[in-house]
Structure formats: C-alpha cells, structure tokens
Design a protein around this ligand. Structure first.
Ligand code: PEP
Ligand code: MN
Length: 688
C-alpha cells in the first residue's frame, strides 16, 4: 500500500465503522420492537406469525432494495435472518409468560468441556432467553441426564441426531428410562476442522484424536490419510485440550474452529466433514414439562412399543393419519435382551394440550404395549416467508402483474384401454398412466416439479469459471428461475472442443447453488463419474446422446437422486418411455423427461422442437415433462417464443441456457440468451 492511499483507506474504514455501528443500533432497536409486538399480540390474542404479512413485507423490502441497487437475494437473506430472529424472540417471550419463568440465571449441563459442540449449542440456545448461564460440563451423556434429574442443573442439552452419522443410539436408550421432559430443540452446524499446534502441517501429522461421531462424519477425509493413527476421545474439545497439553506437532484433533481458538491452537484444515451441511439436532430437557403456547408451532416426542404381530405398526400410523398429524421422525431401537422387539421413537408436529393430539394419544394407548411422552417443545425449524418466483420474475422488469397462475392443466388425462395395452406391449409399465393415474410431483428442496406447477431451470451451457457460474446463479435467482443448470461433463460432438471442467466445475456449481439457495442440475455422462456427481448434484441429467446408454440408465436407476432424462435426437416417444423404464425399474421413481428437439429434414433450426410430444407424453405418462428450447433452436432469438409455446402446451417447466457474454461462451454460444433477453422471457412467461 502506498503512503498516498493510506489516508483514503482510513477514511473509508471510518465510514464503514460508522455505518456498522448504525446498523447494529438499528438492529437492537428493531429487536426491542419485536418484544413490544409480542406483548401486544399476547394482550390482543393475535397469532404470533402471519406468513402472508411476512411475504408482503419481504416483497416490499426487495422492491426498496432494488431501488437502491441491492439484489433481491441479498435483501431476502438479510430479512430472513431478521424475521427468524424476531419470531424466535417473540416465541420465547410468549413461552416465558406461559410458564412464568425467570430470566435471571440458569444452570445448564452439557457433555464435554467448554468449546465442545454441545457447549456451543447450549450457548446459542440459552443466550436468547437467559441473562446469564452457568455451564456444567459432564464426562458422559448419562451424567448430563443425572445432573438434571438430581436438580444440580435446571436444564440439560444432548445431541440426538446428526445429518451425516444419524441418530445417537445411546441417547435414545437413556431417554427411555429417564425422568426428564424434552422442553426444547436446537440445530447447530458442525464445521469440523483439523486442529494442531501452530505451524503444524497435514503432511507431518501421525496421530489424530477425535470423538467417534467425528470419525463417522469425516470418513472421506480420514480415509485419504495414510499412516495416521486415529485415537478415539470422549468429546471434541477434550481432544483439542490433549493436543495443547502434549504440544507435539505430529498430533492433531478434530473439533470446531472455536475450540482451536479457545485453546490457542491452529486450524490445519477447514471443512473436513463428508458433507458441507453437517448439522446436529440437540434436545434440551428439564425435570418438568413446559406448556407451549398454542400459537407456537411445536413438536411432541414419544417412545412406544408395539405388539409383536402383523399390522401393529400400521395401526399406530393409522392413528396419526386419521388425526391429521404429521410425523417428522420415526426411529426404531431394539429392546435389550428381547431380540425381535423394537421400541419406536416418534416426533410429530402438534401440541399435547391440543384436543386432537390428546385424542390421538389416548387412541395410541389402545394399540401399543408401552407409551411415554418424552416432551412437547417449540420447533426449531421455522417456516420462512418466500416471494413466489413468478413475482420475482415479473417484478424485476417493473411491470404490474395480474394474478399469477400455474399453466399445466390440473387434471391429468385419464388412461384409456388402448394406451394401457400399448404400454404393456412396449414395456413401459411403470412410466405409464395405467400404472399411476395421478401426476408424479418431484420435490427438490421444497421446489415442486410436476402437477400444475411451471418452473424454470436456467444457467450456462457449461460451467466455465467460478465467477461465471456465480454471475449466472445470481441472474437466474433474481429473475425467478428456481434451479441452476450447468454442464461440467460435456458431451461434445467435436472431440477437440471444450469438454467441461469436470468435478472442479461441479464444486463451483455447488457453491453457486448454495450461495443463491438453488438446487443444481448437471449432466452425468459416464458410470464411473456417477457416484461423485450424485453426491453433489440435486438432479442428474442424462443427455440426449446417452438416452440409449442402458448401462448408465441402470446405474442411475439405482441412485436416489431425481433424474432428468433427455430425449435422444432420433428417438420416437415410445423409445424415450422405454428408456425411462430402465430408471424406474431400478428403483428410482423421481424421473422427469425432457423434449429437446429431434432431427428432421428441417435445417432452419438446430433441431426441430417437437412440441406435440408434450401433450402426447402427458397422456402416456405420469412423470413431469420439461422442454429445452435452447438446444432445439440453436439460436438465442428463437428461445423465448419456443419457451412460451412450451408453457402453452402444458410443459411442467423449461430448461434454458444463458451466458453473461455469449460471444465468449466455451460451448453453445449462439443459443445462449443474453441476460436482458432472459429477463424479458421470464417476465413474459410469468405474466401470461
Ligand atoms: C445439455 O443440456 O447440456 C446438453 C448437452 O443437451 P443435450 O443432451 O440435449 O444435447
Ligand atoms: Mn448446451
């Protein structure tokens, strides 16, 4: 930095400091208003949440943000945080009132020592409701329970399940005999890091101390290390303390970055868990149950034993079904010394003080051998207000819109006898309407494909760089597309043209999808790449050139990932359905089909978009139908009219290509929409 730049930078930093302190003051003021709102809602007996109002608020803030040059994704993320915080504060206010609780001091028992994940979870959970907390670290899970049962602590917190390694059996078994009540839940991300002495490097590590849970969650990373001894430890922070005590640069531990900081050690490597989204659900418990205000969405947990005869579990599930109660978890554990018998742990949405839940619980006592309610508590997961993509698309072009509707006809065509016979003869039984009359709706992270919805998948033909895919993801999201497309493994007709960035490209796409909250779709070309691609992509695309690669179809059929199968450039509709059957017969029922143009005598377009395939396919199959106007047209100026036509004939969605600078695109530049064209197309599609 030159000396001339310094005063300038100093001035900028001072302005940033001023703005940040204003932001913080405003956030604190807003929080106070949230508490006043909770008090007013309680005295006027109003609901705590009104998602319609929140959606209107969000839209208003998005519009105001756009007027100051802020993109909708940025504004949405910030206001989701603000609204979530406000809702949690209001719920806690109401809860405290309902239970006449003190806010002064609480003693909380947790597993491990300060800096352990349980300790971090306890801090997060109780900071919202107590002025001060005394934490008591316990050596075992059982001791945490005992501390609460014996009155040494008001609350205990224990991990119950992890997104990578699953449920903690020991805790389920302890809960069965405990005398505590679950009164809350918390979810915390576990960002595992490899921690060592300052200056230690991965190459020099000979021994790693960690908790068994962390071994399971970081298995992929650990399996790549050779000649390293793994030693199990009671908890993550204790293993970090051990490193500190030993002061040996060949030793490392797995724990959070916070643990490294609190012991003055260094992070050797971040993000070593198998999954980036590695989180643990914790339960918070106390000696006595708490009332949960009826306005707060809550869960109830119970454990039950069913009788050992056919249909007994189904009788229990029937009770929930008839009461209209949604189960969020069903976990079974064998009963010690009783082989063949199981205890079931159930979580459901509902309040034990609600008459409907009470009647269901009573009914359950008639069809179980054992039933114990473990507790009723406010749900950690809050529904978030969202602004519909349709509104995003049309709002961004600043046109006033009328009512937004889906396009696909809501009533699926009825199968007729001739269709049924044909499906059987051709061998596409599972794909046929005769097999399943109602439309299949594929749910990808809350986005529904199929039925009466119409969605847009958009992105570049190929992922070319981190900046390019980030720019594209922002553009897609800002204008109402809900799924990000991008090719990482490219099937190119010319073997000397760009073949894609492979797994590096996929990692960039995963990052872009995560940043903008969009699931991603990418093509898998070869069986050997399948495991790696399926681990990261939300939808697997099988390209037109691979529609008849039956070995690949069979392999993809064995995965659990939703698939989009593209029609071959020379396949009749029947053959597309026959290829689909390979996927379904393998077990994968989440399949959508894509019409992307076929080869005809016409040369004015790259291929000929067979729009009649859409209503024909909808008559024959229950699976969602997507149209790709980009590859069909091969010409960006033809994409928007074909997209509108696809929607008009009842497609469930389209997949389109765009590029920030089409002239520089490494593949399919001529058909890539320019951003303004994409924006206009989105507005036209959703205004229709
Ligand atoms: C693609 O969508 O990236 C692609 C290569 O399409 P198709 O398989 O339809 O040619
Ligand atoms: Mn392409």
């Amino acid at each position: 930095m030159t000396s001339a730049e310094q005063p300038e930078m100093k001035k900028v930093r001072e302005s940033l400091d001023t703005i940040d302190s204003q932001l913080l003051q405003l956030l604190a003021e807003r929080r106070k208003l949230s508490t006043s709102a909770a008090a007013a809602k309680t005295s006027e007996n109003l609901p705590i949440r009104d998602l319609n109002r929140e959606e209107a608020l969000l839209l208003d803030r998005i519009r105001a943000g756009r007027d100051c040059g802020l993109d909708s994704h940025f504004v949405t993320q910030i206001f989701h945080q603000i609204i979530d915080d406000s809702v949690r504060l209001q719920q806690q206010f109401v809860q405290k009132k309902a239970n006449k609780e003190e806010t002064k001091l609480s003693r909380v028992a947790f597993h491990g020592i300060e800096g352990s994940y349980s300790h971090l979870a306890a801090q997060t959970h109780f900071a919202r409701s107590y002025d001060s907390i005394v934490h008591t670290g316990c050596a075992t899970f059982g001791e945490v329970l005992h501390a609460v049962e014996s009155g040494q602590a008001e609350y205990g917190i224990l991990p119950l399940e992890n997104t990578t390694s699953g449920g903690l059996n020991e805790i389920y078994d302890l809960l069965l005999h405990s005398q505590v009540s679950i009164v809350g839940e918390e979810r915390c991300r576990l960002d595992h890091c490899l921690i060592g002495a300052t200056g230690a490097g991965l190459a020099g590590i000979k021994r790693i101390y960690c908790h068994s849970q962390a071994v399971a969650e970081c298995r992929n990373f650990l399996s790549k290390l050779h000649g390293v001894h793994i030693e199990l430890f009671t908890d993550s922070a204790t293993s970090v303390r051990k490193i500190k005590e030993e002061g040996d640069a060949t030793q490392a531990a797995i724990a959070s970055e916070e643990a490294a900081r609190s012991f003055g050690l260094a992070v050797i490597q971040r993000e070593i868990a198998n999954q980036k989204n590695n989180s643990t659900r914790y339960i918070v418990f106390a000696r006595a149950p708490r009332h949960v205000d009826m306005r707060i969405p809550c869960k109830t947990s119970l454990v039950m034993g069913t009788s050992h005869q056919p249909g007994s579990l189904s009788d229990v599930l029937q009770v929930f079904r008839e009461a209209g109660i949604n189960l969020t978890k069903l976990e079974s554990r064998p009963v010690a010394d009783n082989p063949g018998e199981e205890m079931f742990y159930v979580d459901f949405e509902g309040n034990v003080e609600d008459g409907r839940v009470q009647r269901a619980l009573q009914e359950l006592t008639r069809c179980t051998r054992f039933l114990k309610v473990l507790g009723c508590y406010p749900s950690y997961d809050l529904p978030q207000a969202v602004v519909a993509p349709q509104i995003m698309a049309t709002d961004a072009t600043r046109n006033e819109t009328g009512a937004v509707t889906g396009t696909s006809s809501a009533t699926p065509p009825k199968p007729d006898a001739k269709e049924k016979e044909k499906a059987e003869k051709k061998g596409y039984k599972l794909a046929s309407r005769a097999h399943k009359e109602s439309d299949t709706i594929i749910d990808i992270k809350g986005i529904k494909i199929g039925g009466s919805s119409f969605i847009v998948m958009a992105g570049p033909c190929s992922v070319e760089s981190y900046e390019q895919i980030m720019t594209c993801a922002r553009e897609a999201k800002e204008h109402g597309a809900v799924i990000l497309r991008g090719g990482c493994f490219k099937p190119r007709t010319n073997p000397y043209s760009f073949q894609g960035l492979g797994f590096d490209g996929l990692d960039m796409m995963v990052e872009a999808g995560r940043t903008f909250g969009m699931p991603i779709i990418t093509e898998v070309m070869a069986e050997e790449d399948l495991e790696g691609v399926a681990a990261k992509a939300d939808i697997l695309q099988i390209g037109a050139r691979n529609m008849q690669n039956y070995a690949l179809l069979k392999a993809v059929g064995r995965t659990h990932r939703p698939v989009m199968l593209k029609r071959s450039l020379s396949a009749p509709i029947d053959e597309l359905l026959q290829a689909t059957e390979y996927l379904l017969a393998g077990g994968n029922q989440q399949v959508m089909l894509c019409e992307r143009g076929i080869r005809t005598f016409e040369t004015a377009t790259r291929y000929t978009l067979d729009l009649s395939a859409v209503p024909v396919l909808k008559r024959r199959t229950h699976l969602p139908i997507i149209v790709d106007p980009s590859h069909a047209a091969g010409d960006r100026d033809l994409v928007a009219p074909l997209a509108l036509a696809a929607k008009a004939v009842g497609a469930h969605g389209i997949i389109v290509e765009f590029h920030p600078e089409p002239e520089k695109a490494l593949s399919d530049g001529p058909q890539a929409l320019r951003f303004p064209q994409f924006e206009q197309m989105m507005a036209d599609l959703f205004r229709a």
